[in-house]
Design a protein around this ligand. Sequence first.
Ligand code: HEC
Length: 293
Amino acid sequence: MKSVLRIFAILGLASSLAHAAPDGAQLFANNCAACHQLDQMVVGPSLAEIRGIYQGKPDDFVKWCVAPQRKRQGAIEMPSMVHVGDEGLRAIYAHVMKVAEGVTVKKQQQGDPFAASREMTKRPQVQRIFMPDSGPASIAVAVDAQHSLCWDAGACRLRYMWTGGFIDGYPYWKGNGSSLATLVGQVRYTEAESPFGADKKVKFRGYTMKQDRPTFHYQVGEMRVSESFSAAADGKGIVRKISLDPTPASDLVLHFPAPQNGTVKVESGQWREGKLTVRPEQASSIVLHYSFP
Ligand code: HEC
């Protein structure tokens, strides 16, 4: 009898865990934060604007998230968030209504970066999209016609670089939020974890555009990091620049594997067997030159 009771107690605990209320703040961070900021339109509208539209209308909010529409001119299409589930979306709704209460919308400064690059060039150079072998908040960047990369705004790290083209986004544009973009070309470089190590606490702070190329801003522990990518002057690769603020008090070891297919040169610091050691004064400008065949 006693053991039967114990089994019931365990089952009871398991089912109450399974039904624990989903954490709206965490779900928001994982699924939405890369495109939605509190008081400013970035890729999507601000939470303050969203609150204005959906306050008191959780059902409509969920409906939008499951099947987003085209609404704002110049904005990209929001991918469906159906994978978050009804309960999760309602938890996100509660979180958004709470954090955006009393917040006013700041005037948009640079406009939607994706829209801007679309106007300036025929071909999109920065695209929020579901990418293979990356997280749900991925950003595909074409630095030039031959060189592209995938940056994961959720994990705050570069995933891979490829050559030969950009993405074939057609399955995505057809409106199925779960379909993945297809890379055009061949992957030449892959990072299995953040250069700062897999165990660090990271936070994405958005990205800015300069000359049609993004600089990603994020936080690793207490350190602010910005990371930008541009085309190599000789047209044969990608230049990656990382700067840390504040710079560390002592030598820092960062992990950068060698490309599967190509070479890497560093402007300062010692790179050996996948580890780059930089002195504190070098940490404000870490520059890596990747060349691909
Ligand atoms: C890849 C970028 C991206 C992600 C991730 C994303 N959104 Fe959006 N969202 C957008 C864009 C872009 C728009 C504006 C679309 C338009 O107006 O055409 C938008 C619009 C919205 C709107 C406004 C709808 C309206 O009626 O104006 C809501 C609400 C919203 N998103 C909620 C969410 C939630 C909740 C999540 C996470 C579960 C999420 N979004 C994830 C890009 C994104």
